[in-house]
Design a protein around this ligand. Structure first.
Ligand code: G4P
Length: 542
C-alpha cells in the first residue's frame, strides 16, 4: 500500500517536473539595449505587432509627443526629459513560444539599473542606428552585458534611411566591442532602395512589402537567389558580392560562441517600416537560450524543474499614478508560480502571500495566475523586498549570489530644506535606496539628516530629487560633493582611513563600508603608503 502511494507520488512529481521543463523550454527572456533614439521603442512595438499583442492600428502608438503605450515612460519626469528611466516588462507569444521582453534604460547613467535587469534575462538584443553605428551609450550598456556574460544579437536599424557601409559597421562592432559579428542577414540596397535581405543561411532573398508606417505585421516573400538576380538589379549583385566576401572571411554563425558572449549574430532592417523584424524575432526564438539552471550562492545549479524560486531584479514605486504602490519585479528561476501560494524571502525568512501578483505591461496590469521559469511577475506592495532577494516556495530554500552595487563616481550631499518635512525626507531617501535609484551612504556625523547620495551618473540625482519632491513631498537641496572615486573597505581599514586626510568613510544600508576619495591620485598614494589597507574595487569602475 505504502509502496503504491510512493509510486503514485513519484509519478505525479515526474509529471510536474516534465511540465515545468516544457514550460521553461517555451520561454525566451531578453532585453534590448541601445543608445537613445536608435529605435528600441519602435522595435518593441513591432515585436508586439508580430506577436499579435498589438493591433495594426497600434503600430503608431508612439506618435510624436505620446510615448505612453509601450514605453516604460511611467513618470512625468521621463516624459518631460524624453528618457526612459524605469524598467518594464512585456510578455507576448510568438510561434508557440512565450517571450518576455524586459525594458532597460537607454542612458548609461542608469547602467546599474540595466545591470540588475540583465540579471533577469537570458539574452539581449543590441540595436544600432545604421547611420551612426556604435554610440556612446551603446558601448556603456554593452559593457554591462559583457560583465553579465549575456549572449547578444545585433539589429542594425533604420536601413530605410541612408546608412553607413555595412562592412564598416561590422568592423566597428569587432574593433570597439571586441565581439565577432556574424551577419545572418545582409541588406539589399539602403534608404529608399532597401528592398529586403539575403538570408545567409539559405542564400534566399527575403523581400519586404512596404506597408504604411510598417503598421501591419509586414508581409515577407522568400525569393530564390536566381530569381532575385533576375529581378533585383544592381543592389542584389552588390549585396551578393559582399556576402561572398563575408563567406571568404569566415564570418559564420557559431551558436556556442554566441552563447559564450564571444560572437553576435547580426540582422539588418528597419523597425519603423517593419523590415527584418520578423526575421530577428524568429532568430530570438531559434537561437536565444531558454531559461536554464541558475547558480546559487554556492555555485550549485538549481534546475528549472526544482521547486519555485525567483530573483527580485527591480523594485519600483508609484508605477500607477492613481495608486501609491510599490511593485517588486521577480523573475521566476525555477518551478511554477501560482497566485496565492505562500513564498519565503531567503534574506528575511519572512513569508509573503501572493494574492496581488500581476503581470505588468507598461501601465496595464493583469492578474498573473501562474508563471514559469523565465517569466516576470510584479508583486504589489511587497514592502520588504530588495533587489537581489531570493524568493522560494516554503521548504525549497535557495540563496542567489549578491547583485553587486556599481562603483559610484558622482556624489551629492542631500539635505531637506524644510524641517517640517524631515520625516518624509527620511522615508523617501530610504525608499530610493531600497529601489536602487541612488546609493545612500551615511557618515557618523551626517546621519539620516544629510546622507551622501552616490550614483553612476548624474541623471540619477535628477530622478532622486524629482521623486523626493513630488512623491514624498520632501523638498531637497543637493550640493555637489568633492569625491570622485569609491572603494570598498572593512572595519579595521575604515578606522585607519578615518584618521587620514583626504578620505571619507561612509556606510551603506547593507553594512558595507565605502572609502571616498577626491582623486584617483590621492587614492593611489594612500594605497602605496599603506599597502595593508583594504580598498577593493567595485564593479563597473570606468
Ligand atoms: P529609442 O526608444 O531607442 O529612443 O528610439 P525610438 O524607437 O523612440 O526611435 C527614435 C526615433 O527614430 C523616432 O523618431 C522613430 O520613429 C525613429 N525610428 C525608429 N526606427 C526607425 C527606422 O527603422 N527607420 C527610421 N527612418 N526611423 C526610425 P522621432 O521622430 O524621434 O519620433 P516619432 O515622431 O517617430 O515618434
Amino acid at each position: 500500500m505504502s509502496s503504491n502511494v510512493a509510486s503514485v507520488a513519484s509519478t505525479a512529481a515526474s509529471i510536474v517536473a516534465d511540465e515545468t521543463a516544457q514550460q521553461a523550454a517555451r520561454r525566451r527572456t531578453f532585453a534590448i539595449i541601445s543608445h537613445p533614439d536608435a529605435g528600441k521603442t519602435t522595435l518593441t512595438e513591432k515585436f508586439l505587432l508580430c506577436g499579435g499583442a498589438l493591433s495594426a492600428g497600434a503600430g503608431s502608438v508612439k506618435a510624436k509627443g505620446d510615448r505612453r503605450a509601450t514605453t516604460s515612460d511611467w513618470t512625468e519626469l521621463e516624459r518631460r526629459r524624453g528618457i526612459s528611466v524605469t524598467s518594464a516588462v512585456v510578455q507576448f507569444s510568438y510561434r508557440e513560444r512565450v517571450l518576455n521582453l524586459l525594458d532597460t534604460p537607454g542612458h548609461g547613467d542608469f547602467s546599474e539599473d540595466t545591470y540588475r535587469v540583465l540579471s533577469a534575462v537570458d539574452a539581449a538584443v543590441m540595436v544600432l542606428d545604421g547611420a551612426k553605428g556604435i554610440e556612446a551609450q551603446t558601448r556603456k550598456l554593452f559593457e554591462v552585458c559583457r560583465n553579465r556574460e549575456i549572449p547578444i544579437m545585433t539589429f542594425i536599424n533604420k536601413w530605410d534611411r541612408p546608412a553607413r557601409d555595412p562592412l564598416e559597421l561590422l568592423d566597428e562592432i569587432e574593433d570597439l566591442l571586441v565581439l565577432d559579428p556574424a551577419p545572418v542577414t545582409w541588406p539589399v540596397g539602403d534608404g529608399t532602395r532597401f528592398s529586403g535581405v539575403i538570408d545567409r543561411r539559405s542564400g534566399d532573398f527575403v523581400r519586404f512589402e512596404r506597408t504604411a508606417g510598417g503598421a501591419t505585421a509586414g508581409d515577407i516573400e522568400v525569393v530564390a537567389a536566381e530569381q532575385a538576380a533576375a529581378t533585383e538589379g544592381s543592389c542584389w549583385h552588390e549585396a551578393r558580392e559582399a556576402v561572398e566576401l563575408l563567406d571568404e572571411a569566415g564570418t559564420e554563425l557559431d551558436l556556442k560562441r554566441f552563447e559564450a558572449g564571444e560572437l553576435t549574430p547580426v540582422f539588418f532592417g528597419s523597425a519603423l517600416t517593419n523590415f527584418g523584424v520578423q526575421l530577428l524575432l524568429d532568430a530570438i526564438v531559434e537561437m536565444a537560450p531558454a531559461p536554464s539552471a541558475r547558480l546559487d550562492i554556492n555555485d550549485n545549479p538549481r534546475s528549472v524543474e526544482s521547486g519555485f524560486s525567483a530573483v527580485v531584479f527591480k523594485v519600483q514605486s508609484n508605477t500607477d499614478p492613481a495608486h501609491r504602490d510599490r511593485i517588486a519585479f521577480l523573475r521566476v528561476c525555477s518551478g511554477r508560480f501560482e497566485r496565492g501560494m505562500t513564498i519565503t524571502c531567503a534574506r528575511t525568512q519572512k513569508t509573503l502571500a501572493t494574492k496581488y501578483a500581476h503581470t505588468v505591461v507598461g501601465r496595464d496590469r493583469s492578474t498573473a495566475d501562474d508563471a514559469w521559469a523565465g517569466d516576470v511577475i510584479g508583486l504589489v506592495n511587497a514592502a520588504d523586498l530588495r533587489v537581489g532577494d531570493a524568493l522560494h516556495a516554503v521548504g525549497e530554500p535557495v540563496r542567489w549570489p549578491e547583485v553587486p552595487a556599481f562603483a559610484p563616481s558622482s556624489f551629492r550631499l542631500a539635505y531637506c530644506n524644510d524641517t517640517s518635512k524631515a520625516k518624509q525626507f527620511r522615508s523617501g531617501v530610504r525608499q530610493l535606496d531600497a529601489e536602487g535609484v541612488v546609493q545612500v551612504l551615511r557618515r557618523p556625523e551626517g546621519g539620516e539628516s544629510s546622507p551622501i547620495l552616490a550614483a553612476v551618473g548624474p541623471l540619477q540625482f535628477d530622478v532622486a530629487e524629482h521623486r523626493l519632491r513630488h512623491e514624498f513631498g520632501a523638498p531637497v537641496e543637493m550640493t555637489p560633493a568633492p569625491w570622485t572615486i569609491a572603494r570598498l573597505t572593512d572595519q579595521a581599514s575604515a578606522a585607519a582611513l578615518s584618521a587620514m586626510s583626504g578620505v571619507t568613510v561612509a556606510a551603506r544600508d547593507d553594512g558595507e563600508l565605502l572609502a571616498l576619495f577626491e582623486s584617483p591620485y590621492w587614492l593611489a598614494r594612500l594605497q602605496s603608503d599603506n599597502p595593508a589597507l583594504v580598498l577593493d574595487r567595485l564593479i563597473g569602475e570606468g
